[in-house]
Design a protein around this ligand. Structure first.
Ligand code: NIG
Ligand code: FE
Length: 427
């Protein structure tokens, strides 16, 4: 008998995203019908048919039991690409773009720098309170792990403040937060014309002082951001210092960013909208995950979506994310990103769900711990108010989340967040 302190009962479809891991798991996503699951100390210890649970599992007297009454359950979404630490408001940019302004113009005339100014001016506690509310919202929409970037400080002190926010959030909140250092997001105004100097400064002075507070280092390689050579210089240094590496690349146009990141064996390369055949081939030969962000394309008012089918058919690993940020994608809703991935990236329901869970985890190099429902992994899962996973993308732009479990604890019930605000820091 296995001891357990948490159990999930009467699941109509348990979508494990681990085909082959269980005799009763069928189809591409490893679905177990009329299922149950048990966990202890935050990790999954058993899953299988509801009828078999009491033959294998002994619940402790104070165990939590969640009866889904016939719902569909997925691993918590792993959103590998978010920017949750920022202050200020960019609503005006959104409306201006809708009337024809381009993001490129906005980049030159304020845009992202407006967020940088507001983020520099905000106190760490103010930023933490904003990030904390955003973390609650991620959970309410079914996301249990995020890759979370800095990148609105662009000076050592402000970037460090944003990293501290992410580190404090990680300790205070049940959402799993993977901090990513993006001091090389864009070039700050005081370095105009000196991008090499700015990259050298980050590589030689700032990175060694990040000191365990970030898991990843990121850089934006694109028209209007940094060159592939500058990205390479930074990421090579980051790798030497023991960081995982990732890049934003080929979002605005063709270029060498995707190939550079792939050559360095980056964990992921994100956006990947403008891809040559060589880029697709490089991704398909590598372990680097292509993180596609279709919400950003929509929000930029562009019709140029990432070539997901070319990537999948070439054998590349495709994940999807929100790119939650104030400028180019103000959503935290991975269910909507599933819909966008089906409609605009032409992924199947199964490819989209794998992209939002296991492949997102792979992009964060966390697929040994999260992203699928398997024995030994974290008990992070979401109960949806549908009985078939194919309904999640179909019933679009709504929140179908009923309950969320993170680390074996119920954190959202009937759509309401439980208890996390009780932990909120006092400024
Ligand atoms: O996702 N990749 C680039 N776009 C930026 C947008 C940030 C902004 O405009 O605030 C990003 O990081
Ligand atoms: Fe981004």
């Amino acid at each position: 008998m296995l001891d357990a302190d948490f159990a999930l009962f009467n699941v109509d479809q348990l979508v494990t995203v681990a085909p082959g891991s269980h005799p009763e798991a069928s189809g591409e996503l490893g679905v177990i019908q009329r299922a149950a699951l048990a966990a202890k100390d935050g990790k999954i210890v058993w899953l299988g048919a509801m009828d078999d649970v009491y033959d294998h599992v002994q619940l402790s007297p104070d165990a939590t039991v969640l009866n889904t009454h016939g719902r569909c359950v997925l691993p918590g979404f792993v959103d590998p690409h978010t920017h949750p630490v920022f202050a200020g408001d960019r609503t005006g940019d959104f409306y201006a773009r809708a009337l024809g302004a381009s993001y490129d113009q906005q980049l030159k005339s304020g845009g992202i720098m407006h967020t940088v100014g507001a983020t520099r001016a905000a106190s760490e506690d103010t930023l933490l309170n904003c990030a904390f509310e955003r973390a609650d919202t991620f959970l309410q929409y079914g996301t249990t792990t995020i890759g979370a970037k800095t990148g609105y400080g662009l000076e050592e002190g402000a970037e460090s403040k944003c990293l501290s926010v992410l580190n404090r959030l990680q300790r205070l909140h049940p959402l799993k937060v993977i901090p990513t250092y993006l001091a090389a997001h864009v070039l700050p105004a005081d370095f105009a014309g000196d991008a090499d100097e700015y990259i050298d400064l980050i590589a030689d002075a700032w990175l060694p002082r990040v000191d365990g507070r970030a898991a990843f280092v990121d850089v934006w390689v694109d028209d209007g951001a940094f060159t592939a050579a500058q990205g390479r210089r930074l990421l090579e240094r980051a790798r030497e210092l023991g960081f995982e590496i990732t890049a934003h690349a080929n979002e605005m146009g063709y270029g060498d960013g995707v190939r550079m990141a792939t050559e360095l064996n980056a964990a992921s390369v994100d956006h990947a909208v403008y891809l040559s055949d060589q880029d697709v081939a490089a991704l398909s030969r590598s372990r680097t995950v292509a993180v596609l962000l279709p919400g950003t394309t929509l929000f930029l008012g562009s019709d140029e979506y990432a070539p997901a089918r070319r990537l999948v058919e070439a054998g590349a690993t495709v994940a999807i994310g929100t790119d939650f940020n104030p400028g180019t994608s103000h959503t935290q809703n991975m269910q909507f990103i599933l819909t966008m991935s089906v409609l605009k990236l032409h992924l199947t329901a199964e490819e989209a769900i794998r992209g939002a869970t296991l492949h997102g985890a792979r992009a964060l190099r966390m697929d040994d711990r999260v992203g699928s429902l398997e024995i030994g992994k974290y008990c992070d899962l979401t109960v949806f108010s549908v009985d078939d996973y194919r309904s999640i993308a179909y019933q679009y732009a709504m929140n179908l989340v009923e309950s969320v479990v993170a680390g074996g604890r119920i954190v959202v019930r009937d759509g309401q967040i439980l208890s996390t605000t009780a932990l909120a820091p006092v400024s």
